[in-house]
Each structure stands twice: as structure tokens, then as C-alpha cells.
Design a protein around this ligand. Structure first.
Ligand code: NCD
Length: 308
């Protein structure tokens, strides 16, 4: 049984994913007045130590839609006791005593594992530094599932800051459950860490690392753009070198095949030109909305299982 979702690895189960997709699809069909209320009388703490719009709002909407209530810190590095030097473990120990579940985003890779170790209530990682972002991978996969049925047999291009993008890292793990071929496209200084490549090798999945996407666009089923993660760079000059390395504009989009889909976890900066937004292949705003349904599905799952 799933207790915490600190790592995407805990979601690496095709049957579990299918159950969560079915549940998300049901929430998508129902009108809010018909939603079940598995979080009734539950208080969920949402602790955000890094900026967020989609993740925090969709979690908080999901909690309230399911009948729960929240206590929330949305600027934890300025307004929580972290400013006074409190450790993650102490914060979690204390919040254990107030809340029935904890959702946390933190700038340090590995923070979620520490928090999960001390959490006595279900804990969900909403992004830890350049590490992992399991619920983003879940909503990305749900978007793929809706658009393509299954990821089996697809060629997936992941573009941009592959070194620091936790959304790319988490998605690679979930996609690796299926027979997917990967095209990784990044500047060599921002290439994918070894851990992910050796994982794909172990699963005998094909991938290539490329600095240019030119020859690959026509042969791509899913293009997943990422933002160059400004906050992970030591210097602004270094960030500026890479921030415009790949720009998906109309000219590039025209080279993609007509059945392909374009994804991005958002927020985007320059990497997708607004002129692409009206292309029917551009699914990134629908993807963001899917975050609500998949998070409702995950919360319902965690809390209904708990009641058994
Ligand atoms: C992403 C994140 O925080 O990792 N945003 C999100 O959760 N939708 C992507 C990003 O910030 O680039």
C-alpha cells in the first residue's frame, strides 16, 4: 500500500497508474456537486519553500473539492520557522501533530526523502530541488494517456535543461514503464544525469543525446519542452548562455508530424513562442488542468486506502 509519495519510483506500477487515470477521468466527468468527500474532517498542510502556481493551486483546489481543509505556508523560506533555522525533520515532526497529510515543495534535492522519513501522516513531494516531482509526472502521463491511449511505441523528445529539470527526471521514470524511445535534446553542459541513463539502460530502452533537434522533429510523437531552471544556476551569465538554446516557434512546430503533441509543465519563459498556443497539438494548458484531476485521484487513493 502506498503511504507516502516522496519519489516517482513509488508510482512505478502500471496497474496503480491505470487506477489513478481511471479515477482522474471520473473526476473530470463529474460535476463538483457530485464529488465524493474522502477528505471530510481532514486537514492537509501544504508547505511551499519555493515558488509555485499550478502545483500549489491544483493541490489546494483538489483538497477543498474533496471536502478537506488546509493549513498553508506559501513562502516558507520567508515566513516559516525555516528562517529561524528549523530543520526539515523538526518542521515535519511538528506538523505531524496538526495535520492529517503533508504536501511539501523544497529547494533541496533529497528534502522529500527526509520529510517522508519523519512524516506520520501521508506525505506528498511537490518538487524537491533539481531532483524529483512525482505528481507532475503523474499528470504528464495522464495527458499522454488521454491523447495517445498508451505510451507504448512512442518516440518522446525531451528538450532543454535536462540536468536540473525535476519534471523531466520524474517523467523519464514513469515513461520507462512502457516501450518508449527517447530523444534527449540539450546543450552538453545541461545533459541528463547518469542516474537516468543507467536506469534506461537497465530497462533496455533506447535513447540518444543530441544538441540539435533538426533531424528528429519529424520523427517525434511527443515533444516535452522544459524551462532552463534559472534558480539552479550559480551565475546569471551562465543562465543567459542557455536560456534561449531551444525555442519552439511556428517554424519548428511545422516540422513536427501532424499527430504529435506538445507538452510543457509550465511556467514557460521563452522556450515556446505564444504563436504556438493555438496549434491543436499544443496541450500544455490542458496538461496544467489535468493536474487538478490527477491530484484529486491521488489524494482520494491515499486517504481511502488509509480508512481501510
Ligand atoms: C515545474 C517545477 O516546479 O518543477 N513547474 C510545475 O510544477 N508545474 C517546472 C518548472 O518550474 O520549470
Amino acid at each position: 500500500m502506498l503511504e507516502h509519495v516522496s519519489s516517482v519510483k513509488q508510482l512505478m506500477d502500471k496497474k496503480l497508474l491505470q487506477d489513478l487515470f481511471d479515477s482522474a477521468a471520473q473526476f473530470e466527468r463529474l460535476s463538483p456537486s457530485d464529488y465524493p468527500q474522502p477528505l471530510k474532517n481532514k486537514i492537509i498542510a501544504s508547505l511551499f519553500f519555493e515558488p509555485s502556481t499550478r502545483t500549489r493551486f491544483s493541490f489546494e483546489t483538489a483538497i477543498q473539492r474533496l471536502g478537506g481543509q488546509m493549513i498553508t505556508v506559501e513562502n516558507g523560506n520567508a515566513s516559516s520557522s525555516a528562517v529561524k533555522g528549523e530543520t526539515i525533520e523538526d518542521t515535519i515532526r511538528v506538523v505531524n501533530g496538526y495535520a492529517d497529510g503533508i504536501i511539501m515543495r523544497h529547494p533541496m534535492k533529497g528534502a522529500a526523502e527526509i520529510a517522508a522519513k519523519y512524516a506520520k501522516v501521508p506525505f506528498i513531494n511537490a518538487g524537491d530541488g533539481g531532483g524529483d516531482h512525482p505528481t507532475q509526472a503523474l499528470l504528464d502521463m495522464y495527458t499522454v494517456h488521454k491523447a495517445k491511449g498508451s505510451a507504448d511505441g512512442l518516440k518522446v523528445m525531451i528538450v532543454g535543461d535536462l540536468l536540473n529539470s525535476r519534471t523531466a527526471h520524474a517523467l523519464i521514470y514513469l515513461l520507462s514503464l512502457y516501450n518508449v524511445e527517447f530523444y534527449f535534446v540539450s546543450p552538453s553542459a545541461l545533459s541528463l544525469p547518469e542516474e537516468y541513463k543507467s536506469h534506461l539502460q537497465k530497462r533496455s530502452l533506447e535513447f540518444s543525446e543530441n544538441e540539435s533537434w533538426d533531424d528528429l522533429l519529424a520523427d517525434t510523437d511527443i515533444i516535452y519542452m522544459t524551462r532552463v531552471q534559472k534558480e539552479r544556476f550559480d551565475s546569471n551569465d551562465e543562465y543567459k548562455k542557455y536560456k534561449d538554446a531551444y525555442i519552439l516557434d511556428i517554424n519548428v512546430t511545422n516540422q513536427l508530424n501532424k499527430n504529435s503533441i506538445i507538452l510543457h509543465a509550465l511556467p514557460r519563459v521563452n522556450e515556446i513562442a505564444p504563436e504556438v498556443d493555438d496549434d491543436p497539438r499544443a496541450l500544455y494548458f490542458e496538461q496544467a488542468r489535468n493536474g487538478l484531476y490527477t491530484r484529486m485521484a491521488l489524494l482520494s487513493y491515499l486517504f481511502s486506502e488509509q480508512l481501510k
